[in-house]
Design a protein around this ligand. Structure first.
Ligand code: SF4
Length: 336
């Protein structure tokens, strides 16, 4: 793919999700993060206890704090916020917190449909673990692709089993590949989450993850930097001097390296981790998310490179349901 074919590559040097949404919808679409009240099998003992060593959902999911708020109410609040702040017109319901396929189909249906009942919801994005999607659940999620823009977001973090064990993910790379393989048989878009700077990982290890992800045929990626949050097992390791976090310059270089190695058609939904509240211990970077993202763009510009410039894998097939959305755009007020 040349820079001329994709003008946003010239501007950002990567494929931002905002540009992806512009390509797919005739109106401004934003994601609304939701907490549906699920837990996680890596916390309640079914797979493991304690969860991933870095995980405290309160630090990255704004809706987890305090008492449970009904999904309908979360949607209304999210819509009002994104409309006022960003001029958003339509929304993707993003089931973000914990493991959002950790229930039977009947329970999942009632949760998802509480969000989909809102006429301004045009899509659904479901965050989960790769070991928590049965074929029945995948088939059920796939049924929404007839009417909605549908994503499943899988936490991978690293392809290296030693790392996955160290951070107590409770699944290995094989389980992730199995979930990807089964999801690719559906019309559901796949987004993969990766963390850069995990304990014990070298630059080479992280780039091996990039090269493996490049060949998966997925549609989206979220990159995060490892951060240490209060009340986590990782914080204990950090205070014992067993874990270091990245400085901002190193992270910017690693993120640029990563982007160079994945196809330019994989949309980048996130380029840096995010903490809410007073949970962050390290790293303390004196830069906003927007500044870090701009720093990654500048680094790619400085190199004269861009997303995919060092990638030999052909681009993934985008699961484009644009005819659905153009039809829907004419029927915006019709309940579907
Ligand atoms: S799978 Fe997700 S919710 Fe569960 S412990 Fe790990 S990061 Fe937390």
């Amino acid at each position: 793919m040349s820079l001329r074919q994709k003008p946003y590559l010239l501007k950002y040097r990567f494929f931002p999700f905002s540009e992806y949404l512009k390509e797919h919808f005739p109106y401004k679409v934003h994601k609304i993060p939701l907490h549906a009240g699920f837990t996680c099998p890596n916390r309640d003992g079914r797979v493991g206890v304690g969860g991933c060593t870095y995980c405290i959902n309160e630090s990255f999911s704004p809706n987890v704090n305090g008492s449970y708020i009904p999904i309908k109410e979360q949607i209304e609040k999210g819509k009002a916020f994104h409309k006022k702040r960003y001029g958003a017109e339509k929304f993707i319901a993003y089931f973000q917190s914990f493991t959002n396929t950790y229930a039977d189909v009947k329970t999942l249906r009632s949760c998802y449909e509480e969000a989909l009942a809102d006429k301004d919801i045009v899509g659904i994005s479901i965050g989960t673990r790769p070991d928590c999607v049965t074929d029945d659940i995948l088939s059920f999620i796939n049924s929404y692709t007839k009417k909605y823009h549908v994503w499943v977001e899988y936490g991978l973090q690293s392809i290296h089993n030693d790392t996955l064990k160290h951070i107590n993910r409770g699944h290995d790379y094989k389980a992730f590949l199995d979930a990807i393989h089964r999801t690719k048989k559906t019309c559901v878009n796949i987004c993969v989450h990766v963390i850069l700077g995990l304990p014990g990982e070298t630059r080479e290890d992280m780039l091996q993850t990039a090269e493996a992800v490049a060949g998966l045929g997925i549609q989206g990626i979220k990159l995060h930097h490892l951060y240490v949050a209060k009340n986590t097992a990782l914080a204990e390791e950090y205070f014992r001097g067993k874990v270091q976090t990245l400085d901002i310059k190193t992270y910017v270089h690693l993120a640029a390296d990563f982007l160079e190695r994945i196809p330019a058609d994989i949309t980048v939904q996130r380029l840096v981790g995010d903490t809410h509240g007073n949970f962050l211990i390290s790293p303390i970077w004196k830069a906003s998310k927007a500044e870090i993202t701009a720093g990654i763009t500048s680094e790619l510009e400085r190199r004269g490179s861009y997303q995919g410039s060092q990638c030999n894998v052909s681009a993934p097939i985008m699961k484009d349901h644009s005819s659905l959305y153009s039809e829907k755009s004419k029927l915006q007020t019709v309940e579907i």
